[in-house]
Write a protein that binds this ligand. Structure first.
Ligand SMILES: C[S@@+](CC[C@H](N)C(=O)[O-])C[C@H]1O[C@@H](n2cnc3c(N)ncnc32)[C@H](O)[C@@H]1O
Length: 212
């Protein structure tokens, strides 16, 4: 997909996306439930949210870390669309989080990130990679892998192929994937150990991959 087209959509629909997808349809709750079950945050963790949007994944991880008393966790997050980052920044201000740093950046241009944005325990990317042209997903995965520390975990949520998602994808400018395709993409992206699960009423896949 064309980056300026994607940016235009999320600039116009930033609040609508947060209201509809994250809050009303419960994508935010689903992500938080997953993170609680699979212990994505620990003391002293350094976590990157790639394509953070309004902060869905990082908000959940921050909430869990705060509940557990892990105050020394570092959160970095980037997104292509300033309007999405602005909403995320408002939330950061509201909760007084001083350990979340945001940057505007493209996942296909990771060298633009600050030089200390690497060595992550976990990199999460929820509902973002489907907006890339299909042949750009492998390089994006390779780039994100390089930001992980040894044995760090990459978590990807990506839209599954079905009739409904094809229609939604046409409106929101995203691709859809099936399991076999994802298996190949993750192998080509440099991951040898990963697990693909159904997620969010089978409308999405959640993939956990290890950097070993
Ligand atoms: C469906 S939203 C998901 C946002 C958030 N991760 C979530 O779970 O709610 C997709 C986001 O991906 C961002 N995005 C699309 N292409 C991108 C790229 N090449 N690099 C970084 N972010 C991108 C969009 O700006 C948008 O905020």
């Amino acid at each position: 997909m064309d980056t300026s087209e994607v940016q235009n959509i999320y600039t116009k629909k930033a609040s609508y996306y947060q209201f509809l997808m994250v809050d009303f349809l419960g994508f935010g709750m689903a992500i938080e439930k997953f993170f609680r079950e699979f212990n994505y945050v620990g003391p002293h963790f350094k976590i990157l949210d790639a394509g953070c949007g309004t902060g869905n994944a990082t908000r959940a991880l921050y909430t869990i870390a705060s509940e557990k008393g892990y105050e020394d966790v570092t959160f970095h997050a980037f997104d292509l669309t300033q309007a999405m980052l602005d909403l995320f920044q408002q939330w950061i201000k509201k909760v007084g989080a001083n350990n979340i740093i945001l940057k505007r950046s493209n996942v296909l241009d990771l060298e633009q990130l600050p030089s200390d944005w690497n060595g992550y325990d976990a990199v999460v990317s929820t509902a973002m990679l489907e907006h890339l042209p299909k042949d750009s997903v492998r390089p994006a995965l390779r780039g994100l892998k390089q930001l992980l520390k040894h044995n760090g975990r990459l978590l990807v949520v990506i839209t599954r192929r079905n009739i409904i998602n094809k229609f939604i994808g046409w409106r929101w400018k995203n691709n859809t994937y099936d399991k076999n395709e994802l298996q190949k993409i993750f192998l080509d992206g440099g991951f040898s150990e990963f697990k693909i699960r159904n997620f969010f009423w089978n409308f999405m896949f959640i993939i956990e991959a290890k950097n070993n």
